[in-house]
Design a protein around this ligand. Structure first.
Ligand code: AMP
Ligand code: GLY
Length: 421
């Protein structure tokens, strides 16, 4: 089969490396892919938001199956547009992707269907939002309604900070139209867990749980990033919590989407917080998480393409989804300065020496050389029998990869190791 993957980061590289193992795929394209992905798939210079370009490419090249990985094309209706020309897809329709595309939608959904989440109010009027903030205790959480590259969430420690956040979103429009509506939410405390799940709209199969590391600096200091590393499974997520989540969060969400005529097919991502009062939803994503995917997929023993086709054809109940009883650690190697300013264009070497999965996120190929081309450059994912083995191996193998201005966190998995004890 001819298959294309829409997207061009580390997550897409991890998906492509899994798809490459499938005997049913004889040609793989990535739109746009990147310099590292180019070693595993044919990269085509069409951006992930260029829905018309993507559809034309699929039509002209006889694409039979598409995996749409990033949030933007999903929210823009890429799957609907490809389905309309007869291309089967892994990923939700536009109607279902709204679960990530609008925080107001997802919060209202959870309220309507009694799915545990932080208490909240939504506002379209800035003065009303500010008046409300003066009545609630700090810290308080302000979220822009729409997609904002993961940056639209502000944890305000004081009421003044909260007011500033609302003004920056609603008046100064720092996130554009994404901030024309805001959610003001109760501040929750507890360990965070990411659970990615396959669902065909009726059946839901969770993958192994994971833990992201969002801050740029060691010990969770510094700015929020797209993710500096991940481990899987997450030791805080016990079997008892997993079955509670299945009952109170996962299946109710699948059923709620169906009841709203927004049947969700694809990978549904649950960002959970394990509070004193039980697990609560912090966010939904309509797609595989990044960098969680780079930690979870190395543990998948089943054929990813077989599972994806079971999801898109509504036959997930008949499909076995198996994960290894092992642990993984994903270490992100970034450009010094990220998520602020950083330099690119440095040669990456040694990535072929690492005895681990190396997933390229931001790099370009020039004259056969792989050069850094982004803030997050690549991820090294190692698997071990214990979490400690996986963490040690990720760092050891990560040392074999070189580029100028290489930056990484030194404590990926440290919190999980403490919890596991
Ligand atoms: P999100 O983009 O919704 O995942 O939010 C980014 C991060 O902000 C989350 O991973 C949490 O660490 C934090 N966060 C979001 N909502 C809350 C909340 N209600 N209480 C505490 N922290 C939160
Ligand atoms: N790791 C969080 C996300 O993919 O949004």
């Amino acid at each position: 089969m001819k298959v294309m993957v829409v997207g061009g980061g580390g997550r897409e590289h991890a998906i492509i490396k899994e798809l490459k193992k499938s005997p049913e795929i004889d040609k793989l394209y990535a739109l746009p892919g990147n310099g590292g992905i180019a070693r595993d798939a044919e990269c085509v210079n069409i951006g992930a938001k260029d829905i018309e370009g993507i559809v034309n490419f699929a039509r002209e090249n006889g694409i039979e199956y598409a995996v749409v990985a990033p949030d933007d094309p999903l929210v823009l209706g890429c799957v609907d547009a490809l389905n309309a020309i007869g291309v089967e897809c892994f990923g939700p329709s536009k109607a279902a992707a709204v679960i990530e595309g609008s925080k107001v939608f997802s919060k209202n959904l959870m309220k309507k269907y009694n799915i545990p989440t932080a208490a909240y109010e939504t506002f379209e009027d800035m003065d009303e939002a500010i008046a409300y903030l003066r009545t609630v205790p700090a810290p308080v959480v302000i979220k822009a309604d729409g997609l904002a590259l993961g940056k639209g969430v502000i944890i305000a420690q004081t009421t003044d900070e909260a007011v500033d956040a609302v003004v920056s979103m609603m008046a100064d429009k720092v996130f554009g139209e994404s901030g024309s509506r805001v959610v003001v939410e109760e501040f929750l405390e507890g360990p965070e867990v990411s659970v990615l799940a396959f669902t065909d709209g009726n059946v839901l199969v969770p993958m192994v749980s994971s833990m992201d590391h969002k801050r740029a600096g060691d010990n969770d200091t510094g700015l929020n990033t797209g993710g500096m590393g991940a481990i899987a499974p997450n030791p805080y997520y016990t079997d008892a919590i997993a079955s509670e989540c299945m009952k109170t969060i996962f299946m109710p969400t699948v059923e709620a989407m169906k009841a709203e005529n927004r049947t969700f097919k694809g990978c549904l991502y649950f960002g959970l917080m394990l509070t004193k009062n039980g697990p609560k939803v912090i966010e939904y994503n309509c797609r595989f998480g990044d960098p969680e995917t780079q930690a979870v997929l190395p543990l998948l023993e089943s054929d990813l393409f077989t599972v994806m086709r079971a999801v898109s054809s509504g036959k997930l109940a008949e499909c076995e989804v198996k994960f290894a009883d092992k642990h993984s650690c994903t270490l992100v190697l970034a450009s010094n300065g990220y998520p602020g300013k950083y330099e690119t264009g440095f040669e990456i070497t040694g990535d072929d020496k690492a005895d681990a999965c190396v997933y390229i996120a931001g790099a370009k190929l020039e004259n056969g050389k792989l050069l850094t081309g982004g803030g997050r450059v690549l991820a090294v994912s190692a698997v071990g029998d214990t979490l400690k083995d996986a963490v040690d191996k990720a760092y050891l193998e990560g040392e074999k990869v070189h580029f100028e201005n290489k930056y990484f966190r030194h404590d990926i998995g440290a919190r999980a190791l403490k919890a596991a004890k």
